[in-house]
Design a protein around this ligand. Structure first.
Ligand SMILES: [Zn+2]
Length: 113
């Protein structure tokens, strides 16, 4: 059912071209989107292979739909899935300390020789 005669304008005919609308918006609309764009984004991989990019829940790295929701995740210090300890905080800290030591030793060697 078309329903419209030639004299009557449909809502689609009144549509403003996107370029003109953008120009008008730029003049009148005060843009304050910088804090929003600077907020941390969710890095979960979607089914399209891209990153989610939704705002991450505060204090977390994921959005509310990708594991950032309240009450999700293991409690602090949980060792139910511990296998070898390579990815524990202590192991990360130890490796960072070793890297620092090695870089300092290399710098010292390059300065002396
Ligand atoms: Zn997400």
């Amino acid at each position: 059912m078309s329903g419209g005669d030639a004299g009557q304008m449909s809502h689609l005919d009144r549509k403003v071209p996107s370029e003109r609308r953008a120009k008008r918006m730029a003049k009148k609309h005060k843009r304050n989107t910088t804090p929003m764009l600077a907020s941390p984004r969710c890095g979960a991989r979607t089914r399209r292979g891209m990153l989610c990019r939704a705002p991450a829940v505060s204090g977390r790295k994921r959005c509310r739909m990708h594991g950032g929701a309240k009450g999700s995740g293991a409690p602090k210090g949980n060792s139910n899935a511990l296998k070898h300890g390579v990815f524990t905080g202590e192991a990360f800290a130890e490796r960072a300390e070793l890297r620092l030591l090695i870089s300092q030793a290399r710098r010292l060697l390059s300065e002396t020789s």
